[in-house]
Design a protein around this ligand. Structure first.
Ligand code: ZN
Length: 56
């Protein structure tokens, strides 16, 4: 996953009950629905894990 602003790498950032994608380079945060069309398999599997934790 790449940042739309700087092409840096996005990582999954979880805070409380919300999960965002955050750029490791410029620190821009994206809501999941903003990048939903671009989610790759790796990111989806991470998100599924977080969802399991959140709703457990
Ligand atoms: Zn960025």
């Amino acid at each position: 996953m790449q940042c739309k602003k700087c092409n840096g790498e996005l990582e999954v950032a979880r805070s409380c009950r919300r999960v965002r994608m955050r750029c490791t380079s410029c620190k821009e945060e994206y809501q999941i629905h903003e990048v939903a069309n671009e989610l790759d398999d790796k990111t989806v599997s991470i998100l599924e894990r977080y969802t399991a934790i959140i709703y457990d």
